[in-house]
Write a protein that binds this ligand. Structure first.
Ligand SMILES: Cc1cc2nc3c(=O)[nH]c(=O)nc-3n(C[C@H](O)[C@H](O)[C@H](O)COP(=O)(O)OP(=O)(O)OC[C@H]3O[C@@H](n4cnc5c(N)ncnc54)[C@H](O)[C@@H]3O)c2cc1C
Length: 338
């Protein structure tokens, strides 16, 4: 049975076929709903159901139980079970379509015991630009992608990445031994909807887990270059002190900028550690009873994102003002494991 969907923002209506996800039906009707991964992992295609019901083949892990209970759905996975009225974001102005390029490795250097700074030179992408917060895909020989966020704002033809070595990881664990300066890699960019909302005048709560710092750093650097910089609280969660691979730089920013506050949080701190302990979202909740004046930007592993999305609204943050970039393993969920 065909159902009809109405988009409340524009009053557009379109039909959806049986067992068809909303996103696909919207695209057929020429409507570019906001989306990214297409497999229910990232949450970028979150919509609000104003009326009607949907079902899923599998509950998407990019949508928490709480969000589901509040009437949200993920357009890339949700299949209507009735006519619907939805509230959804369309792709923003300035959307830059992704394209394939050949990158040359310009630098590979250690930032810590398990994080590598990889700098790619991509002459054909110098003009393309990207929004701070976005990522690129490195395409392996078997065609499977590995996603990494740009760690600095656009600057000429050089693209900075922070890459954590995943034990046994096909690409990341062989990066240092297998790849050398001058080698080429096929890449696709720019990708992703994680970016700063310049329309907002709220304070920024930025929560990074591990190399989730990369896109957050890129956003903060771009804000620094266009003052006045909004008030920023950056919480960076890692396991041990040795994992704080850019601690010195962030401490320096905290000294230079009155509006910038940096709180490193260790989940496996030793006795020497004087700072915050536990999971990073717990430290945020300990320090703030009321987060209602903040926009939150979350980036890191899926469990960190899920926990923060669950807990932050309990401190008064508006669910609509939480922007998240989850480091899922895209190629595996796609069914094409390297
Ligand atoms: C949008 C996006 C942006 C990302 N940006 C970054 C970034 O800037 N820096 C960065 O370091 N990573 C980032 N990631 C994660 C990164 O893509 C993966 O770590 C990488 O693809 C792993 O590739 P691999 O070939 O080494 O591991 P695989 O061979 O693909 O995986 C080997 C094993 O490790 C597990 N695994 C894979 N990745 C991870 C992981 N990240 N954490 C824990 N276990 C894992 C797999 O489940 C598998 O069992 C991002 C992911 C996404 C989706």
């Amino acid at each position: 049975m065909t159902y009809s969907i109405t988009l409340s923002e524009t009053s557009d209506t379109f039909d959806v076929q049986p067992n068809e996800p909303i996103l696909i039906a919207a695209e057929r009707a020429g409507l570019q709903l906001m989306h990214d991964c297409r497999f229910g992992g990232c949450g970028a295609c979150r919509i609000k159901l104003l009326s009607g019901q949907v079902s899923y083949e599998e509950p998407p892990f990019g949508l928490t139980e709480e969000e589901r209970g509040q009437g949200y759905a993920l357009a890339c996975q949700a299949m209507p079970q009735s006519d619907l009225t939805i509230s959804a974001q369309l792709r923003p102005e300035g959307f830059i379509p992704a394209d394939y390029h050949v990158a040359t490795i310009a630098q590979i250097e250690k930032l810590s015991h398990d994080v590598i700074h990889l700098i790619l030179r991509i002459p054909t992408a110098a003009e393309v630009s990207f929004h701070p917060g976005q990522y690129l895909n490195i395409m392996l020989d078997d065609g499977s992608p590995r996603s990494f966020s740009m760690a600095s704002p656009p600057k000429g033809d050089l693209f900075n990445l922070h890459i954590r070595r995943v034990p046994g990881g096909f690409f990341t664990s062989r990066l240092e031994s297998h790849y050398h300066i001058g080698d080429t890699l096929d890449v696709e960019l720019p990708l992703g909807n994680f970016r700063y909302d310049a329309q907002s005048s709220r304070d920024l709560l930025m929560i990074a887990g591990g190399t989730g710092l990369a896109p957050i750093k890129s956003i903060i650097e771009s804000l620094r270059s266009t003052p006045p910089t909004p008030r920023i609280m950056l919480y960076w969660g890692v396991r041990r002190a040795e994992d704080l691979y850019l601690d010195e730089l962030l401490c320096q920013w905290a000294r230079e900028l009155t509006n910038f506050h940096y709180i490193p949080v260790l989940s496996e701190a030793d006795g020497q550690w004087q700072g915050a302990r536990g999971f990073v979202h717990e430290a945020v909740c300990r320090n703030h009873d009321d987060l209602s004046q903040f926009d939150a930007y979350l980036c890191g592993p899926p469990p960190m994102i899920a926990a923060a999305k669950r807990e932050l609204p309990l401190r008064g943050i508006n669910v609509e003002r939480i922007f998240a970039d989850s480091f899922n393993f895209t190629h595996e969920l796609d069914g094409s494991v390297a």
